[in-house]
Design a protein around this ligand. Structure first.
Ligand code: COI
Length: 358
């Protein structure tokens, strides 16, 4: 597909952030973005990299009313040698199309997805930060743009990719977070859209998160919708527990996101000879392990959060402190290993890293 390129005029270019230690997450955006339109009669057309601008859509655009919207989260990493890398980007493209199918949206060809992404990042390469733990966050998204209020799949869509330099997702950085187990609210149920990166999933998560944050916690630990017994995800990330010497994470049963970092954690841990189980894990089992001194570590995994230690869990009125509130050794090892692979500092035995610029 031909991508038309319109450069932002120099006087409209933004000033890049001076202090890379204070980037935060998702607040700063670069000078350009990628856009591509879809019409049921024409397919995908008008691929373009253009100056970052507000979108013009009808007030009746279907995404605004019925949440027909999906997205992905990716990062570009700058190595010490200045090279820029992506991490397993084709997995994001595949998951994006899996989400698209579930929400009755058109697929974006993997080659087009990759070309759009690569061209945009290369154009914005001066925006890829250099500070430790920083990266250029990449947000591909698709929204339904047909102006119609009947509930049906839209006939028109906009696919776009925005980018912006980021630091740590949580204000705690790599310090352990405090997690609140929600029994009153659930994130997703079997047969729903929990395995997709559908915008509506995130809207539905806000209320319980607001309660948790109001009580001084970082995020919600979601339980299954049926029995409210088994752990599912934490905030916007997958969850892992170390009980004894076993690394446990809930299985991909349709209610949790098939995280790319989750898969990387599983494969690395297995590669190191650690017993890994993808199996249902109940709060009862976790508390029992805690009582026996076997609850060793817990952490969240995700593109934005990378590997993020959990130091405390609040459940039914009680605080459970994990590893004295400190980051556990496996959590730290996984965090370092994944980061070093992403930044081109370590051998990449699985071929996950994709270099897009020297
Ligand atoms: C990511 O980890 O990239 C995500 O998509 C989480 C996000 C909602 C901040």
């Amino acid at each position: 597909m031909k991508i038309k390129i319109v450069q932002a005029v120099p006087e409209k270019r933004k000033v890049k952030p001076a202090d890379e230690l204070k980037l935060g997450f998702g607040k700063i955006f670069t000078d350009h973005f990628f856009t591509m339109k879809y019409h049921a009669d024409r397919g995908w057309h008008d691929a373009m990299i253009e100056p970052y601008r507000p979108l013009a859509i009808a007030p009746t655009a279907m995404c605004l009313h019925y949440a027909q919207e999906i997205f992905e989260g990716m990062k570009a990493y700058r190595g010490k040698n200045g090279a820029i890398y992506l991490f397993r980007p084709r997995e994001n493209s595949r998951r994006f199309n899996m989400s698209a199918e579930r929400l009755c949206m058109p697929a974006v060809d993997e080659t087009v997805f990759m070309e759009a992404l690569t061209k945009l990042i290369i154009m914005e390469k001066d925006w890829v930060p250099r500070g430790e733990g920083t990266s250029l966050y990449i947000r591909p998204a698709m929204i339904a743009t047909e102006a119609a209020l009947g509930v049906h799949p839209s006939g028109e869509y906009l696919f776009f990719i925005v980018t912006g330099p980021v630091g740590a997702y949580y204000s705690e950085g790599f310090s352990p977070t405090k997690i609140f187990v929600s029994e009153d609210y659930v994130r997703s149920a079997r047969g729903g859209t929990g395995a997709c990166k559908a915008a509506g999933n995130y809207a539905a998560s806000l209320y319980a998160t607001k309660i948790a944050v109001g009580m001084g916690y970082t995020q919600v630990l979601w339980l299954d919708a049926v029995e409210r017994k088994y752990v599912e995800e934490v905030g916007t990330s997958n969850i892992f527990f170390v009980l004894g010497n076993e690394l446990i994470t809930p299985p991909l049963s349709g209610t949790i996101l098939p995280g790319i970092t989750r898969d990387s954690v599983i494969r690395l841990a297995k590669h190191w000879g650690i017993p890994v189980s993808e199996r249902p894990l109940s709060m009862d089992e976790i508390l029992e392990a805690d009582a026996r001194g076997m609850l060793k570590e817990a952490f969240a995994s995700g593109t934005a959060a990378i590997v993020s230690p959990i130091g405390q869990i609040y459940y039914r009125g009680r605080e459970h402190v994990i590893n004295d509130g400190r980051t556990g050794p496996l959590t730290e090892k996984l965090y370092k290993e994944i980061l070093q692979i992403q930044y081109g500092e370590k051998e990449d035995p699985f071929g996950w890293r994709v270099k897009i610029s020297d």
